[in-house]
Design a protein around this ligand. Sequence first.
Ligand SMILES: [Zn+2]
Length: 480
Amino acid sequence: MKKFTVLLGALLIILVAIVLVKTWTNAPGAHQKSNILEPLTKEAIAHMSQAIQIKTETPNDAYEFDTATFFAYRKFLEKSYPLVHKNLPRTVIDSFNYVYEWKGNDTSILPMVLMAHYDVVPVEASAVKLWHAVPYGGEIKDGYIWGRGALDDKSSMISILEAAELQLAKGFQPKQTILLCFGADEESSGNGATAVVKYFKSKNKRFDIVVDEGGEISTEEMKDVKRPIASIGVGEKGYVTLILTAQKAGGHSSIPAQSTAIDILSKGLYKLRKKQMPAKLTPPISAYLDRVSGYTENFIKKVELSNMWLFEKQVLNNLSEAPTSNALVRTTIVPTIVNSGVRDNVIPTFATAYVNSRILPGETQKDVYNFVEKAVKDTNIKITYYHNYSTLPSPTTDIHSKAFKRVEKAIYSVVEDVIVAPMLMVGASDSRNYREVSDGVINFTPITNAKGYHGIDERLLMTDYQKCINFYTLLIQGSK
Ligand SMILES: [Zn+2]
């Protein structure tokens, strides 16, 4: 017995020693300087401001599409970027989606795509008074350029064009062909990007790098990490919506039965919300945790993250606590629409709920269906797929790929002391379509702690704008 205790003690000491050694050797990287290549010119600022002033809203109803405005935006582009329009042939797809081709002199290398969209979500009329600037004013104050589209996503489009124009002026000739692809309906249907990819497929084109909006830089994401974290989107979650329908003969509300269709559905939704699909670490999130782990100043957290072989379950529990990190480690399921009833004195025969799910890589729509069926566990609730839109999780871009490495290198150059890590995108973007023609889709723009997306006070920090231009300049120069 005594021998056994001694052995157990010795094993425990060895275990603790391994854990501590792994923690201590997981040191942060050295200080790294950024290298700003180009100053932000007056012209670049004016262009961004002018771009915002052209109200390229995409309405939900295609009939309300304001063609004149989109033509005005095209004119603005032609006037502001003469060298791009002189040297890079433009293909117009489905009226307002553009592909500019910057021919490289080595056609054996697969081209690189720099993409963005220039349509914007509408500004809510009731929220205009809450803005601290005119929403489509393109005002410049307090170090920002203000207005709808300043972040999403004219910042990317204008920065790409500024970088291209600048390099053309310097006589830069890429070795790798570069395509600049701009979409006009990302915020509504996304049909433009689908049409552009269809066009590429018809020409058997493939790309080794595709860079689109998505990932950004944060100094707020992990409070105990004192360096900025650049999260590079390398994959997207899947999407499915299920319809839950409860049916029970209704009638007059003065003589209600013990259970109604609404009661049955409510119980089902309650049971569903009490359960969650299991938490899992996917390759991008594992790699993310691995890359930031050395920088955390929270000792316990560092011990856990440095020893995932022992603490994976605990880490998953911690991540499950906040909605944003929870969404990164599991398939989420939430009701978004509930319908029932037509009059206040009639018990309805039907009650339906739309339940939206964002699917983690490695899982499918069928897994979601099975989980919901099991959680609800009521044969009185019929479950069907909502066939409007559904997609599997996207494949993920390898962090050892040329695409990831080129973007990573550019980020190190433009942001001081940055930690670069891969990330899973929880929402969808135009670049999803490009995964059919590329294994190197990357979602990233070097904007820090951006706020105002789709909301009030959307604005672009001038220094972020400069970083964006520098970032795309480096990507373009990397094609040499
Ligand atoms: Zn966007």
